[in-house]
Design a binder for this molecule. Structure first.
Ligand code: SAM
Length: 243
């Protein structure tokens, strides 16, 4: 799948997308946003915003930026934003693999049903990390390939077929996270048959080999991650999960 195909496939879905993929994946979108507990003026980027189904769910006290490459999908999102008078929302046509935002522009980056729909998930995830501030949150909602080897084998067989429809089914969460500075802080299965996962990560970008979170250090001299919801998390030992 290349960008031209993204534009063609998703723009062809744009007018029917909400009817087909609206309700069935609503629970996941709702869980993502409810669990954000977004703070006043929090800057949130929604990557692959599509028709903007999630936009009305964000609190109006946040600043929301949505990007999508498909002109058709984005037109629907713009229409929705206008209908709901969402002055706190900005929408741009942009490739998520080469974003036009400066480093550390956002507190939170959300990608709902996107990492398996993009031509190059690695570039997109790296860009999400770049534009999210250190200690910020990166939330991915997606179907990732199953831990069960038999089901994973079926997903692998199906993937070349679903790629023609606009997404792949053979991408594992550990593959997405491999080599990144993302630390999973929460994982929840959502949607029908619990086959989709909401994965919330802390962006542990390293600067000069140290974790910088608002330049802060806790009392022990250890780097501290400060969540926007006020939770303070101490830097974990290598390999230790932050949950
Ligand atoms: C399955 S849809 C998800 C839409 C929406 N997030 C939702 O919750 O329904 C995937 C979206 O990702 C967009 N997309 C795919 N590749 C992209 C890229 N490289 N840059 C920006 N958007 C992209 C598609 O145009 C499409 O709108």
């Amino acid at each position: 799948m290349d960008l031209e195909k993204v534009e063609r496939v998703y723009t062809s879905y744009a007018k029917i997308y909400d009817r087909v993929f609206g309700k069935v994946f609503h629970e996941g979108r709702q869980s993502v946003i409810q669990n954000l507990n977004a703070q006043r003026d929090e800057k949130i980027l929604e990557v692959g915003v599509g028709t903007g189904l999630a936009l009305p769910m964000y609190p109006r006290h946040c600043q929301i930026v949505g990007i999508d490459f498909s002109e058709g999908m984005l037109d629907q999102a713009k229409q929705r934003a206008a209908e709901h008078r969402m002055d706190h929302v900005q929408l741009h046509r942009m490739d998520a693999a080469a974003m036009e935002f400066k480093d550390d522009s956002f507190d939170t980056v959300v990608a709902a049903y996107v990492v398996t729909a993009v031509p190059d998930y690695r570039k997109v995830v790296n860009e999400m990390i770049r534009v999210c501030r250190p200690g910020g949150r990166i939330v991915m909602l997606n179907h990732f390939s199953n831990d069960n080897k038999f089901i994973a084998a079926i997903e692998k067989v199906l993937s070349p077929i679903t790629k023609n429809l606009g997404w792949r089914t053979d991408l594992a969460l550990h593959t997405v996270l491999e080599g990144t500075q993302l630390h999973v802080s929460r994982k929840q299965n959502v949607n029908p048959f619990r086959l989709w996962a909401l994965v919330e990560c802390v962006n542990e970008k390293y600067v000069n080999g140290k974790t910088h979170i608002n330049g802060s250090k806790n009392g022990n001299g250890a780097a501290a991650y400060v969540h926007l919801n006020g939770t303070h998390l101490t830097e974990p030992a290598p390999g230790q999960a932050l949950v």
